[in-house]
Design a protein around this ligand. Structure first.
Ligand SMILES: C[S@@+](CC[C@H](N)C(=O)[O-])C[C@H]1O[C@@H](n2cnc3c(N)ncnc32)[C@H](O)[C@@H]1O
Length: 236
């Protein structure tokens, strides 16, 4: 499969990610709270980067709207909405695969809301993880979440609520199956197994996959001392 994250730019509705969470049915809203709680507990201090921060919803929900936090986002329209919602965090436009940021400086790098399942196939996911891992300082954390099989029903309800609100087009019935939801505009969101997520762990990182109470999969990988891909930055 090709890179599909470009679908965020060519969204069915221009305010898609800005409004999508407003229509979350109760089971999906509980998943969002579960995720925010898990992230908040692991990012109480330090320099934190959220990749794919959208309109800043999670930065606020996880208590990350503070100096020292950076939100990176591909879609400028979402970033403009984030600027209106977020007070203290820095926000920058950019692509996670070519992040306009220095390597090795963040205490924690987050890519949440199962964004990893919508960027494309396994090879693209690996490129994302490698790129994000490079931004983590030695001893720092890479925090990712993904949809497991346990949240399939809650996801379907949420997608249907977005379709009813005009934010997403219909499902592509030929290609929607087994936890992979594909829409007629080509956007696809995939479920992952704990094993598939664990396989993405970058070299020099340690940590296991967890299943949160809502069924969401989460990893906190800790970076060891050796560099990932590049020279170790000075003064770390
Ligand atoms: C599922 S949304 C999550 C938004 C936000 N984190 C939240 O929870 O409310 C995924 C976000 O990642 C952004 N994104 C996708 N690919 C990206 C990339 N290559 N670089 C930066 N952001 C990206 C999308 O534009 C979108 O805003």
């Amino acid at each position: 499969m090709d890179e599909t994250f470009s679908r965020y730019r060519a969204a069915h509705h221009p305010d898609w990610v800005i409004r999508a969470y407003e229509v979350a049915p109760p089971a999906f809203a509980a998943l969002l709270e579960d995720e925010a709680r898990w992230l908040a507990a692991r990012t109480r201090q330090g320099r934190v980067l959220e990749v794919g921060c959208g309109a800043g919803r999670l930065l606020r929900a996880a208590g990350l709207d503070r100096p020292g936090t950076v939100g990176l986002e591909l879609v400028v329209r979402y970033l403009v909405a984030a600027r209106a919602a977020v007070r203290a965090a820095a926000l920058i436009a950019g692509d996670a695969l070519r992040p306009p940021l220095a390597p090795g400086v963040f205490d924690a790098v987050i890519m949440a809301q199962a964004t990893l399942g919508s960027v494309g196939g396994e090879a693209v996911r690996r490129r994302f993880v490698t790129s994000l891992a490079d931004l983590v300082r030695p001893g720092g954390h890479l925090l990712l979440t993904a949809y497991g099989a346990g949240v399939r029903a809650a996801r379907r309800e949420w997608y249907e609520a977005q379709q009813a609100a005009g934010l997403l087009p219909p499902f592509d019935p030929e290609r929607t199956r087994n936890g992979r939801f594909v829409f007629t505009n080509g956007f696809a969101s995939e479920e992952m197994t704990p094993e598939a997520l664990a396989m993405l762990r970058p070299t020099w990182f340690t940590g296991e996959v967890e299943e949160l109470p809502s069924g969401l999969l989460a990893v906190r990988w800790v970076r060891g001392g050796a560099p990932q891909g590049r020279e170790e930055p000075p003064n770390t």
